[in-house]
Write a new protein. Sequence first.
Length: 261
Amino acid sequence: MNIPDKFLELRARGESALIAYVCAGDPTSDATEGIVQALIRGGADIVELGLPFSDPVADGPTIQAASERALSAGMNSDKYFEMLASLDVEVPLVCMTYYNLIFKRGIEKFVLDCNDAGISGIIVPDLPVEESEELAECCVRNNVDFIFLIAPTTTEERINMILEHGSGFMYLVSRVGVTGARSDVAESTNKLLSRVKTNIPKAVGFGISNGKQAKEVVEDGADGVIVGSAFVDIIASGIDVNARLEALAKELKDGILSAKR
C-alpha cells in the first residue's frame, strides 16, 4: 500500500496515523525486521527506516548514536535496499536519509532502488526545496512520494513552494532544533498546523514520546504523529526490545485513537 492510500484508509475510519522511525541496521541488520514487525503489531501505520549517515545534522544525540551503531555494524546503501526488499510488511515504508548518500548513488538509481525495494516515500532533511527539483521530478516519474519538512520558522513563501513539490504527507517539525524525546508538546505545534493549509496529510514530529502527547497533537489537527527517538532509546537499551517497542507503539496509537477531533 502506498502512503496516500494509507491516509485515505485511515481517514475513512476517522483515524490519524502513527508513523514510527527507527534506524535501519541498529543494532544489526538481522534485528531490524523483528523491530519493524513489533512496531506494526503495536499499531504503526507507516514505518520510517533511516538510512544511516555519518553526519545526520537534523538528528539529536539519540538518533546520531543509532546511526553510528548501524554504520559500525556494516549498514550501507546496498545492504539497506537489500534488507528492505526482503521485509514482508503491509504498511508503507519511508526512507529518511541525507542528500550526500542520494547524490553519491545517483539520483535516478536511488529512486529506482527505492521503488524496487518497496519504499513508498523519501525524506531528505538537508535538501532545501529550492534545490530539490531534480529529485522531485524523479520521484514523480517513479511513483515515490517526496516528503518535505516544514518548521515553525519556515516562511509562507517557502511553505507554498514545499506544498507545490511535496507529496505523501507534510512533515511538520513541532519545535526548532533537532530530534529527541521531550516531556511536553511545543506550543508552536498548533500554530504551525493552522499555517499549513493543504489537503495533503499533515504529520507532526520531533519530541513526541508518549500517548498523552500523541493525543494532544491529533486534537490540534494532525493527520499523523511521528515518533522516533523514544523507539530508538528502547533499541539502545538492549532490554526486552521488541516487546517494549510493541507496547510503546500501542500506547501511542491508543492515544491517537482517544483524541477528539
